[in-house]
Design a binder for this molecule. Structure first.
Ligand code: PLP
Length: 394
């Protein structure tokens, strides 16, 4: 008999490793495979399913919008699109001068950011350098790949767009690299793909001061950290700085593909008609989904929940008393469990067998990015299943 694994191997392009299960439905923080096995989803589609699965508010918004209009083109505006743009300006506190461009993914949001950096070259063309962080992740298309500070991901695809340099994520490295030729600095407040590493204290504030001095853009990649994940709408808001551009995607529409770039001040004036575009970006289906997600985060108090449940999870993880666990990094509901040994892949596999979905961004870290709706019951279930996984590996 042909299995789904056979079909996957036969028909799907080999960009991903063989997958772990064939999922057919979900509800809340749980997903279910074709045999009726239920998994507690503490990865949330990699920080995407902020309202969990099949949330009635999102289901209703998408269903209603599908009946009205799914797509027009960017020759036309639609009410959900304009509502979302105004909402994002409010949540990011851009003031009047803020503007929003909609895309379909994180990598596309960062492509727009890259083009803004090129447009910020200055009257004399002096600003040609872009500073990015070592071990950062900004996406898979050629521009976003060039921004990504992982040389191993570059080598098969060179030449990449030029001008990007990768620095250590330290204030000293930033100070040493900054000069009048820098067009932009791009940084993740917490490097999620690298293993949930926060920038050092004071880094974003110093980056803001140094970029302002030379007229460089400060671009914050909030694709993983944004939309309430860390307990603030955007992680940089914990610092009080005002960036020039913020990129968002992942959780913004709860799983409907969407990305966006939000600009502040004069950066909003850099693009002129014809310099950038998209067919699907900002279509009424995706923007209606995003309005529903962001509205629900506000009305259900999910920022506060992300903060509280994050603290609660840290206590539960510490309470497991496992010699394999050396600490927990991250903020809110983006957590990296630090391990004493490179056993993250083994724990990840054991967790799946115990009906728990997490992932291993590197060999010594387990990442959690559960839906923002989790409560006591999900955390108790996590504790039970994660303990089984740890015991299986110890
Ligand atoms: C996931 C991610 C991206 C890429 O987003 P896609 O939607 O996969 O293109 C970019 N930056 C960060 C920080 C991410 O976590």
């Amino acid at each position: 008999m042909t299995t789904w694994q056979d079909n996957e191997a036969h028909d799907m392009m080999r960009t991903f490793a063989p997958t772990q299960a064939l999922l057919v439905r979900g509800d809340g923080a749980y997903v279910e495979d074709g045999d009726g096995t239920r998994y507690l989803d503490f990865l949330g589609g990699i920080a995407v399913n902020v309202l969990g699965h099949a949330h009635p508010v999102l289901v209703e918004a998408v269903s209603e919008q599908a009946k009205a209009l799914i797509h027009v083109s960017n020759y036309f505006a639609t009410p959900p699109q304009l509502e979302l743009a105004a909402r994002l300006k409010r949540l990011a506190c851009t003031g009047d001068a803020g503007r929003v461009f909609f895309a379909n993914s994180g990598t596309e949001a960062n492509e727009a950011a890259f083009k803004l950096a090129r447009l910020n070259r200055g009257d004399d063309g002096r600003r040609t350098r872009i500073l990015s962080m070592k071990d950062s992740f900004h996406g898979r298309t050629m521009g976003a790949l060039a921004l990504t500070g992982k040389p191993a991901m570059h080598s098969d695809f060179e030449p990449l767009p030029g001008g990007v340099e990768y620095i250590d994520t330290t204030i000293e490295a930033l100070e040493a690299a900054m000069d009048e030729q820098v067009a932009a600095v791009i940084v993740e407040p917490i490097k999620g793909e690298a293993g949930v590493y926060e920038v050092p204290d004071g880094f974003l504030e110093r980056a803001r001061a140094l970029t302002s001095e030379v007229g460089a853009l400060l671009i914050i990649d909030e694709i993983q950290t944004g939309v309430g994940r860390t307990g603030d709408w955007f992680a940089y808001q914990a610092t009080g700085i005002t960036p020039d551009a913020v990129t968002v995607a992942k959780g913004i529409a709860g799983g409907v593909p969407m990305g966006a770039i939000i600009t502040f001040g004069a950066t909003s004036e850099l693009f002129h008609p014809g310099q950038h575009g998209t067919t699907f970006g900002g279509n009424p289906l995706a923007t209606a989904a995003a309005n529903a997600v962001l509205g629900e985060i506000e009305s259900a108090g999910l920022l506060e929940n992300a903060r509280q449940r994050g603290e609660q999870l840290r206590e539960v993880i510490a309470g497991l008393g496992s010699p394999l666990i050396t600490g927990v990094r991250g903020r809110g509901l983006l957590l990296g469990i630090a391990l004493a040994k490179p056993v993250a892949p083994a724990i990840h596999a054991a967790a799946l067998s115990a009906g728990l979905i997490v992932n291993a961004p590197n060999a010594e870290t387990i990442r959690l990015a559960p839906p923002l709706i989790i409560g006591d019951a999900e955390i108790a279930d996590f504790e039970k299943r994660f303990r089984v996984a740890l015991d299986a590996v110890s």
